[in-house]
Design a protein. Structure first.
Length: 160
């Protein structure tokens, strides 16, 4: 990702990477290969959690210095992140129970939420970050690409 020169480009590329991992999980579950589906969903959840951690711990705090944090766009994004995390835990639980119908009910909801969320980020928040952070965006890109960020296990608390 080093050839990506803006925050928007970097994080949009990360969205695509996560989307590709997610689709692998859905494909496995659709073909009733549940062990592979669970493993693929966990791979997606880890990549997704890293993406959310980058936003919540690096990008959003910098934006909040300029925008404030009370009820602004980052507050909405954080709330949606929590909603998506909860749905993903439900999806993993559904796989573990071999409840394919519930998995796809949750998946339908997640896909809709992710699509709307990503559009808001890609069309509003990321371009705003590029504009607001301006000269400091190079430093932010270096921080975003740091793969040593601590990430919580997103499957934690999943009960079948």
């Amino acid at each position: 990702m080093s050839n990506l020169s803006s925050i928007s480009q970097y994080l949009e590329h990360d969205h695509q990477y996560c989307d590709d991992l997610y689709m692998q999980a859905e494909e496995h579950v659709a073909e009733t290969r549940l062990a592979e589906g669970a493993a693929a969903l966990q791979r997606f959840m880890l990549a997704f959690e890293l993406h959310l951690t980058r936003e919540e711990h690096l990008l959003f705090p910098e934006l909040e210095k300029h925008l404030g944090s009370q009820g602004g766009p980052t507050a909405v994004m954080r709330m949606e992140h929590e909603q998506m995390r909860a749905i993903l835990r439900q999806m993993l639980g559904a796989i573990e129970r071999a409840d394919i119908d519930s998995f796809f009910d949750y998946a339908d909801h997640l896909r809709m939420l992710m699509r709307q969320h990503n559009l808001k980020e890609e069309n509003v928040l990321y371009p705003m970050a590029d504009r607001i952070l301006g000269a400091s965006s190079t430093a932010m890109l270096e921080q975003l690409s740091d793969t040593s960020l601590p990430v919580q296990n997103p499957a934690q608390g999943v009960a079948a």
